[in-house]
Design a protein around this ligand. Structure first.
Ligand code: T3D
Length: 259
């Protein structure tokens, strides 16, 4: 049987492909565990960027609802959120390197919100984002109620959450939900080029920038200014900072080591 997650190691970056195309890459336990393990592996210093995408015509349709059909009474969804989805969101946000997401087709439910947890989201023009939860009586999870109001504002966040209407990739771009909508055929080449580029950049500095942005939503300006000072102090001690400044002064391209 094909693995539910394909892992390909490239020069300094890792491509992760959700691979249950006949179920639109919806998450069963096996896929959740495989993605968690792959993100743990991506902590390795040899990996300086991650690309997440999906196989087939969909990106991810969220939870595999086939796993929820049971005669044994209601499942404890709080348990599955705590065990599977919340740790995935925390891993994506906490990973000390950039995560690019290439949304190749429909992203629904937790699939949509895991995409939003990534750092830079590209989507194929034919892709759409659906907060599908309302259609089955659930609450947007996997960070949806955190990311949506911050990315697109309260009015749109409430409407997409309560109506579960599809949002096209172009609308998602124009709302600021994602970085860019690109032609379908260009999606993977662009996303791969972006991941490969990021893998040559000052990884520690990018990780610290990511940490600052992660903290920003819950901080006052004063607290954020203090945090920026502390993180900048750390960044200023890295070999890549020294290399960046030296390369600038010598009018040559920087050769960052990721340290
Ligand atoms: O349970 C917990 O642990 C709580 C956590 C919840 C997190 C969540 O993500 S809840 C939300 C779950 N997801 C959904 O409700 C989305 C369900 N899917 C859809 O609404 C539609 O499939 C889409 C809008 C995403 C795509 O529609 P369309 O018309 O392009 O494709 P389709 O024909 O509906 O789906 C293609 C196949 O994939 C189909 O199987 P078949 O008929 O060819 O054998 C369909 O059943 C299957 N599929 C799609 N989504 C899921 C799925 N199978 C299982 N689970 C799915 N989520």
């Amino acid at each position: 049987m094909d693995p539910s997650l394909l892992v390909a190691h490239h020069d300094g970056w890792t491509e992760l492909t959700l691979n249950r195309p006949d179920r639109l890459n919806s998450f069963n336990e096996e896929l959740s565990r495989a993605l968690a393990a792959a993100l743990d592996d991506a902590e390795d210093d040899a990996c300086r960027a991650v690309l997440l995408t999906g196989a087939g015509r969909g990106f991810c349709a969220g939870q595999d609802l086939g796993e929820r059909v049971s005669a044994d009474g209601p499942p404890d969804l709080g348990y599955t959120i705590e065990t599977f989805y919340n740790p995935l969101v925390r891993r994506l946000r906490g990973l000390r390197k950039p995560v690019v997401c290439a949304v190749n087709g429909v992203a629904a439910g937790a699939g949509a919100n895991l995409a939003l947890a990534c750092d830079i989201v590209l989507a194929a023009r034919s892709a759409k984002f659906i907060q599908a939860f309302a259609k089955i009586g659930l609450v947007p999870d996997s960070g949806g109620t955190f990311f949506l109001p911050r990315l697109i504002g309260e009015a749109r966040a409430r409407a997409v959450s309560l109506l579960a209407e599809p949002v096209s990739a172009e609308t998602a771009e124009s709302w600021g939900l994602i970085w860019r909508a690109v032609d379908d055929v260009a999606l993977l080449p662009e996303a791969r080029a972006l991941a490969a580029h990021l893998a040559t950049q000052p990884t520690q500095g990018l990780a610290l920038a990511k940490a600052a942005l992660n903290a920003s939503a819950g901080n006052t300006l004063d607290a954020q200014l203090d945090l920026e000072r502390d993180l900048q102090r750390e960044a200023g001690r890295t070999p890549d900072y020294r290399e960046g400044v030296t390369a600038f002064m010598e009018k040559r391209p920087a050769r960052f080591s990721g340290r």
